[in-house]
Design a binder for this molecule. Structure first.
Ligand code: GRF
Length: 217
């Protein structure tokens, strides 16, 4: 089995990155994390990646000012140098240009801390609290030019408790993120997920109920 060469793009603490690295240690895992790329030199996840023996690169967006095209071009060069086949965005906090996203169409996935299409964008946990929703969660999806808009691969849900703060809710959602992201990467790396009419099919069928996760905790 040839394992897919994966880059994880981060901006911060990298707990989802760490979950992917951990999962990929399993010998039959279909993907190998070969590169962690950060747009911030101080991202905490860089230390975790280095400690795991994974190559790290910083492409500092500040160097490029408002020039997103050059920034994305610099990242593209690094990805090509490392012969990357799949990208996982994991708390990567930069908007990507449409040409970059289109170049990686079907080969770039993201984790978003909400049950998409609800709560796209930032501050999802506070907004879920404010909206009074009873179920919240996380989504792994393909990346398309529209932010948080691509085909859904996997979701995990948590119950929202009356006494939840945005922080306590975020912590429970994060636990779910760490479970669904490796599972979704596995499916994509195995080539089992295809996008048809904007929706993901797994092995040619709609995403099965059992692929989603509703933990009791
Ligand atoms: C996660 O909640 C992820 O869903 C969102 O940003 C956060 C990143 O956390 N996109 P971490 O860096 O993976 O710990």
């Amino acid at each position: 089995m040839s394992r897919k060469r994966v880059a994880i793009l981060i901006s911060g603490r990298g707990s989802n990155m760490a979950a992917l690295i951990e999962a990929a240690k399993e010998k039959n895992f279909p993907a190998e994390i070969v590169l962690v790329l950060s747009n911030r030199p101080d991202a905490g996840g860089l230390d975790i990646a280095r400690a795991a023996g994974i190559a790290t690169v910083v492409v500092d967006h500040k160097t490029y000012g408002k020039d997103r095209v050059s920034f994305d071009g610099a990242m593209q060069s690094v990805l090509e140098q490392n012969r990357i086949e799949l990208i996982c965005l994991a708390g990567f906090m930069r908007l990507l240009t449409t040409p970059f996203v289109e170049r990686w169409d079907g080969r770039m996935i993201n984790i978003h801390p909400a049950l998409l299409p609800a709560f796209k964008g930032l501050d999802t946990h506070q907004r879920a609290r404010d909206a009074g929703v009873k179920v919240h969660g996380a989504t792994v999806h393909f990346v398309v030019p529209e932010m948080d808009g691509g085909a859904i691969i996997m979701q995990g849900a948590v119950a929202v408790r009356a006494d939840d703060s945005a922080q306590t809710l975020a912590a429970r959602v994060l636990t779910v993120e760490h479970q669904i992201y490796p599972q979704a990467l596995k499916l994509v790396a195995e080539g089992r997920v295809k996008i048809v009419d904007g929706r993901s099919l797994i092995d040619g069928k709609p995403v099965p109920d059992t692929a989603s996760l509703i933990p009791s905790a």
